[in-house]
Design a protein around this ligand. Sequence first.
Ligand SMILES: Cc1ncc(COP(=O)(O)O)c(C=O)c1O
Length: 391
Amino acid sequence: MMSVSTLAQPFATNNEHLSLCTALAKQHGTPLLVLDLNQVRENYLQLANALPNVALHYALKPLPHIDVVHTLNELGGSFDLATNGEVDLVAQAGVAPSQVIHTHPIKRVSDIEHALSYGCTTFVFDSENELHKFVPYRDQVELLLRLSFPNKDAAADLSKKFGVIRADALPLLKRAKELGIRVRGLSFHVGSQTMDAGKYVHAIEQCKIVFEGAVAEGLGAMNTLDIGGGFPVSYSGQPIDIFEFCAPIRDALSSWPDTVQFIAEPGRFIVASAMTHVMSVMGQSKRGGTTWYYMDDGVYGAFSGRVYGEPDQRFYSLAHEDVQPCVLTGPTCDSIDVISDNCLMPALADGDLVFTENMGAYTWTTSTEFNFFAKATLISLQPSLMVAQVG
Ligand SMILES: Cc1ncc(COP(=O)(O)O)c(C=O)c1O
């Protein structure tokens, strides 16, 4: 399934954080996810600085946790919702409905009503079928039409399942007008963990053609462009300067008229680097001369991304001398439950801890409890108090 070459090396973040995670693991047990809300705040501010004219709507999908919502709400952030559960979470956190958009292109009528009852009024569509669902609510809603921009290099290509090609955009905008539904603008997602800013630039240029086409066809001027999520995180250890990464995006947006409001839906970038995972060795055996470590979390838990194309992770232990190739597996009875089949680690004893950084996105939320192995406990380090709270 995977061939991950990972080096056991000194913890990348800092030793103080490693000591804190070790102490928390002793206190709360493993598997454990330690969420640093200061880092969430820092990531948000970095992206806001890199995209100054873009309203950041945190996409709840990668980490739908109320502490993240509170932290971003305090910073004046906005939110991108896709499900009733996400609507309920922001409502519970006291987020003003004017700060949210709902971007799932396919919804049940009851989902639309649920979001409307909270006060969300901007929704996304990408088909005529979906458009018809809004006819009874046309006086209350404004829509964004999602376009598709496939990206085979992304960790998740989000244009396979959603979005229309550019040629189909104007006919759908026309249909919306006939039905009396206001389409406020366009949206897209260039794929999660997109390493090439050119993908955004291409999509922005294509959307501009549609904006201009809509005016030329007498469909009226749209006023919103939503450039989606996808902003990359450094999993390999090679730093990514997000301000530099976004330079071509800033450039591409600078040629748009002032009347257009820009939105982005970052998920991974806001939370990935804010969470550290700690797991313990449950047992071990020698198989074909290689040591296999059976950990207390795996691909049915916080490492589910191993199965669906998430980037390779690096693993750390407290010691980092005399490393040997080894296999790290999860605890379940399934053979696909292998976290890394080519990892370098010092000799570990049962009970020893293994740490993984950048575990904030698509980990806790996609964990299962297969075989009754409990999901990792999530501990938040509160920004103001820096005290641990069980989440
Ligand atoms: C519509 C939409 N917006 C935003 C996101 C967040 O993307 P990312 O985590 O890559 O920033 C996703 C992820 O699935 C998505 O589907």
